[in-house]
Design a protein. Structure first.
Length: 740
DNA sequence: TAATGTGCAATTTTT
DNA sequence: TTGCACATTA
């Protein structure tokens, strides 16, 4: 094994073989390199069988990359290793041994949309009002409960005494009954059920413990409790556990990640070796110093200071934009300039923001400017309606018990089967313990339906049946083609002749190519595995750098990626950090880590910006610069004016009070002070506001058009509109603009 | 049953 | 502003 390409810390990590090992890997410090070399060295130098090695990641992309890189190092013997995401590994275990706790191996996987659909049914059956117990929060609570290894029964034991939990417990119970009945598992079930399996069948666990003598976990800081326990169980015999992570990049607490897992690793695994990787190979020193200056504001972190031998590089650039359009303008101008003058390609740039909605201003401009760009995230490919519909059909083919998928597509395309017909079917099915699809196979049930609905249901049953007959022998692509022919989905979209329908057709063909790729990749491709793989796949997995486009994404989505030039935009209070972190120190720390992640994506150049005004939820508001700007070491930034970064007052108003249109004050002026328009009206002397609501002034209203103010009473304006008569409007909320 | 309107809320989303 | 979940109507 050639270790000459590794630095001392990296070699130490690679050469540490036995026992628990914690590698604290700063951003860009070559952790994948360490992981792959360590695994290769286990096999090559220490003669460990590949089949004794397990490597777990969070994304398929990371798993594939790791597998490829190891294969590159040691060749195809690496195929024997288990490399995969937590969820994929659990699927594999459950398919093999799930029968020990009563699961068949043909279960389907429900994503969050399926989960939501199933929960809706539970609400309905139990007569629980989703206004009192919002569905979103139920979904969230179920997920949390499962991540904490609390089954409905366990949850009831713990919280049953609390009457406010009664509805939730009922919902959780019913949901769990139904998901089992449907032979489905949600994402969290995959972990939970694996843990239950290990608990119920110790011999099964012992088998895996024996097999996985060397266990590796990437991004350990992002593990939740269930994942933590899973690792703990598997490593319980040999204790050869090698985890890599960075507490400073823990940005998924809200998804259940427990940063204590990494912070307390040495307590959980006594005698653990600790290795810090602090040399960074990605960024220049100015960028790292800037990142360090921000992250060091977080208390309770393991101290770690990134350094590089790449040289100082250039300072970060700073831009204070007038509003989000100005910000976009600046960014796009800079990109074009760098492409023109410094030989950059468009794919060298990433625009990173806190919320998806921020992509809009950039997209609007990039379209006009005809610059190629790609937005990562937003509506995901596999969440698109047409794709989900096809997936539901296919799931139903694999698993006739899947009532959620049945309900999704029974009337897609239209088969004249509405709520009433489904209710009849449900009634019938429930009485006899059948699934909805099975009910459609019973003449007795069909007799309950009206003519049209009956024909539709029978046709539907035929289609699924015909596909099912082929499922074990035909290619997935053949089943797909049959499905399209039988349902006429493509044809129907073609007949619509709208842009949306055309896009859907494109997506369907794209989906076909996903199937083709799956078949080429696998020796024995089958529909069941295709569905699992598809459901467990994310958009992140499909980021390619093949075409020359600017990438736009949230900072979350950028984790693990790197770009020559990064624009970190929207550094404003209540946006980044999010308003939800306002009075929660821990949440603020997580936002700060997110900021750290954003900064450390940059290789050569970092540009940070914020806007003084921003349209959000249709309101144009003044903004404060982010607290993170004040934390940044100004020695690492060009063009920042420390005096210009004026922080909010202690008791800053909850909302900004600007609702007036654009002011003519130059963008270079100081941050606007918040002031109510009504106050402005009274003092009439605020330089940031060049318009004062007073009788006689002309205004333009979004809906009512132009008019003249008759009187002002506090924030209530009485306005005579030219065409719509006299109205009383609140200056704080009405979409008003001054004219003239 | 299907199509259209209305009110409400509004991070991040590795699986 | 956008997206959705629902309620109403044709």
């Amino acid at each position: 094994m050639d270790l000459s390409s590794l630095n001392p810390a990296q070699s130490r990590a690679v050469m540490a073989v036995e026992g628990p090992i914690l590698v604290l890997a700063g951003a860009g410090s070559g952790k994948t390199r360490v992981l792959t070399h360590r695994i290769a060295s286990l096999i090559e130098t220490h003669d460990i069988f590949p089949s004794n090695i397990l490597a777990i990641t969070f994304t398929n992309k990371a798993a594939n990359e790791m597998r490829e890189r190891i294969e590159h190092l040691i060749g195809p013997v690496s195929q024997q290793m288990w490399v995969g995401t937590f969820h994929a590994i659990c699927v594999r275990i459950l398919r093999r041994d799930g029968d020990r706790i009563g699961f068949g191996n043909d279960f389907v996987i429900y994503d969050t949309a399926d989960q939501k659909a199933l929960l809706k049914v539970c609400y309905k059956e139990l007569g629980i009002d989703d206004k009192r117990q919002p569905l979103k929060s139920t979904q969230y609570k179920i997920s949390n409960a499962k991540n904490d290894m609390l089954t409905p029964e366990g949850y009831e034991k713990e919280f049953g005494g609390d009457f406010t939990e009664r509805d939730f417990i009922k919902l959780y119970k019913r949901y769990q009954e139904k998901i089992k009945q449907n032979q489905a598992m949600d994402f969290d079930d995959l972990l939970l059920n694996t843990l239950l399996l290990f608990k119920e069948a110790p011999d099964v666990l012992a088998g895996y413990q024996q097999r996985f003598r060397y266990i590796h976990v990437d991004e350990y800081q992002d593990t939740n409790r269930a994942q933590y326990l899973l690792i703990k169980a598997l490593a319980g015999k040999h204790h050869n556990l090698f985890v890599v992570g960075d507490g400073d990049q823990s940005i998924y607490k809200w998804r259940g990640a427990d940063i204590r897992n990494i912070r307390e690793f040495e307590l959980d695994y006594p005698g653990a070796q600790l290795i810090k990787l602090e040399q960074n190979y990605r960024s220049t020193q100015y960028i790292l110093d800037l990142a360090n200056s921000v992250i060091k504001q977080n208390p309770n972190r393991k101290d770690k200071v990134l350094w590089t031998d790449r040289g100082k590089g250039q300072k970060a650039k700073y831009y204070k934009a007038y509003d989000e359009r100005d910000e976009a303008n600046f960014v796009v101008r800079q990109i074009k300039r760098l492409v023109r003058e410094e030989g950059y390609r468009y794919k060298d740039f990433a625009i990173l923001y806190r919320t998806n909605a921020q992509s809009r201003a950039f997209e609007d401009l990039l379209i006009v400017e005809q610059v190629a760009y790609k937005v990562v995230g937003g509506l995901k490919f596999y969440e698109r309606k047409e794709i989900k519909d096809i997936l539901a059909y296919l799931k139903l083919v694999v698993n006739p018990q899947d009532d959620v998928s049945f309900q999704r597509v029974i009337n897609e395309p239209k088969r004249s089967i509405g709520g009433k017909s489904i209710e009849k079917l449900q009634m019938y099915a429930q009485e006899r313990g059948l699934s909805l699809l099975e009910a459609c196979g019973e003449p007795e049930a069909m007799a309950l339906l009206s003519g049209k609905a009956r024909q539709g249901a029978e046709a539907f049953y035929q289609i699924i049946g015909a596909l099912k007959a082929k499922v074990d022998t035909a290619f997935v692509s053949t089943i797909f083609d049959d499905l399209m022919a039988q349902t006429g989905l493509i044809t129907l979209y073609e007949q619509e002749r709208t842009i949306e329908a055309d896009a859907r057709i494109d997506n369907i063909y794209e989906f076909k190519s996903v199937i083709d790729a799956f078949e080429q990749r696998n020796e024995a491709p089958n529909l069941r595995d295709f569905l699992a793989e598809t459901t467990l796949r994310s958009d992140q997995d499909s980021i390619e750098d093949t075409d020359d486009s600017i990438l736009l994404m949230t900072i979350h989505a950028s984790k693990g990626l790197e770009f020559p030039v990064v624009f970190l935009v929207g550094l404003e209070e209540n946006l980044f950090p999010s308003f939800r972190a306002a009075d929660d120190p821990e949440a603020l720390e997580e936002e700060r880590r997110l900021c750290y992640v954003g900064i450390t994506r940059a290789e050569n150049m970092l540009v940070i910006s914020h806007a003084m005004n921003r349209t959000q939820y249709g309101r144009y508001e003044a903004r404060f610069p982010s607290v993170f700007l004040t934390e940044m070491d100004t020695a690492c930034i060009d063009g920042i004016d420390p005096a210009g970064v004026e922080m909010p007052h202690k008791e800053k108003p909850k909302q900004s009070y600007f609702s007036i249109g654009k002011s003519s004050v130059a963008a270079s002026k100081l941050v606007p002070k918040p002031m109510k328009p009504t106050e402005a009206a009274q003092t009439g002397s605020v330089e940031n506001i060049d318009f004062v609501y007073k009788p006689g002034a002309k205004v333009m209203h979004k809906v009512f058009g132009s008019g003249m103010i008759i009187s002002v009473n506090g924030s209530i304006l009485t306005i005579a509109f030219d065409n719509k008569g006299i109205k009383k409007l609140d200056a704080d909320i009405a979409p008003l603009k001054p004219i003239g």
